[in-house]
Design a protein around this ligand. Structure first.
Ligand SMILES: Cc1ncc(COP(=O)(O)O)c(C=O)c1O
Length: 377
């Protein structure tokens, strides 16, 4: 049997303005960095770049953690890396669910053979510290605590410092999802006492999707070293990955995604040039601009004001408006992508992202004008 060669031309993606829950717009500097020549992943020049990446990530995460590097896979694998290394069969883990990504954390605990103790809050609300306190009081033997800092499915920001302090009082280590928060709002791993954190390259860092920065505290490393059963994932076993990402002599573990790592490096250089505080302020200012325009259109926010993510604005779809049609008209007529609702909020909300390079006044003017045209006809 012979299979004829398919007549397919080079893929030319349309130019979009990305204002959904990620990926965000990727700046030309980052795309240009990714087009530089591919070199070997053990080339000394590449290893030097990897070391710079680790320093840049320590700055972004505000941590001195030695074990800080990007996992060669998307945020979901960063999430799994934290759970498969830290949770052993039988471990109790207090897990907060206030949206889709908290549900995934609980599922990770189950798949590692752990026992999740669920703390539930309504979708759109931040995690309630009083409920976390109650869960620990009833389960003082819980070894770990896990929560999502910025719940992308709802746009709610939780109080990480307060939550991690409760876990610490009960002697539990804290795992934090900061996929959507890193670079957009303060993420202060060391100050807050976070033991394991994972993020994503495609949100407020504005690099391309597919990489997951992670960081582990010395206490988390000690727990991983003390495991009695081997980590169930070969690829994510930190003991093995580290031979590649640290030490004087690097050994082959997997072939790193060389060019995407150039992109992440460039986006982190840009973040360092702007300065973290300035990046947080920019996200905040642009959120206020967008908010004023959305409210002028009569749209109402899902999340209460003091827990809103500036980089992800979730609003209720007005009565009588076809939410999917609005999104498809924005895409087809204005080349703007905004997000739909997920899970319990599917069909009921729009999620408008102002993440990283997408957080610019020009994008806000564009999305507001387009929304007004489409909604008001
Ligand atoms: C809070 C949160 N956690 C985890 C993920 C998973 O990341 P990825 O889609 O890169 O696997 C996402 C992605 O949107 C997210 O928003």
């Amino acid at each position: 049997m012979k299979i004829d060669s398919p007549r397919i031309a080079s893929f030319q993606p349309p130019v979009r303005t990305l204002m959904g829950p990620g990926p965000s717009d990727v700046p030309p500097r980052v795309l240009a960095a990714m087009a530089r020549p591919t070199i070997g992943h053990l080339d000394p020049a590449f290893v030097g770049m990897m070391d710079e990446l680790k320093s840049l990530l320590r700055y972004a995460f505000q941590t001195d953690n030695e074990l800080t590097f990007p996992v060669s896979a998307p945020g979901s694998v960063g999430m799994e890396t934290c759970f498969v290394n830290l949770v052993s069969p039988g471990d109790k883990v207090v897990v907060c669910i206030n949206g889709v990504f908290g549900q995934r954390m609980a599922e990770n605990v189950r798949r590692c053979g752990g026992v999740p103790v669920i703390v539930e809050d309504p979708w759109g609300a931040p995690v309630d510290p009083a409920k976390v306190e109650e869960a620990f009081a009833a389960n003082p033997d819980a070894a770990l605590f896990a929560f999502v800092h910025a719940e992308t499915s709802t746009g709610a920001l939780s109080d990480a410092a307060t939550l991690a302090a409760i876990a610490r009082r009960y002697g539990a280590l804290t795992i934090m999802d900061c996929v959507t928060s890193l670079g957009g709002v303060p993420v202060l791993l060391d100050q807050w006492g976070i033991d394991a954190a994972y993020s994503g390259s495609q949100k407020c860092l504005s690099s391309t999707p597919g990489l997951s920065p992670v960081s582990f505290s010395p206490a988390a490393v000690e727990r991983i070293r003390a495991r009695k059963s081997p980590c169930p994932s070969w690829f994510q076993d930190l003991g093995l990955v580290l031979g590649y990402w640290s030490g004087a002599k690097r050994t082959y573990h997997h072939t790193a995604p060389v060019n995407p790592l150039y992109g992440l490096h460039e986006s982190l250089v840009m973040l360092a040039e702007e300065g973290l505080e300035n990046a947080w302020q920019r996200h905040h200012n642009n959120h206020l601009r967008l908010r004023a325009g959305l409210e002028a259109l009569g749209l109402k926010f899902v999340v209460r004001e003091d827990a809103r993510l500036p980089q992800l604005n979730t609003v209720w779809v007005p009565e009588g408006v076809d939410e999917a049609q609005v999104r498809s008209r924005l895409l087809n007529e204005f080349s703007i992508e905004i997000g739909a609702g997920l899970g319990a909020l599917a069909g009921r909300v729009w999620r408008i992202g102002l993440m990283g390079h997408s957080s610019r006044p020009a994008n806000i003017v564009l999305v507001l004008a387009a929304l007004e045209t489409v909604i008001r006809g």
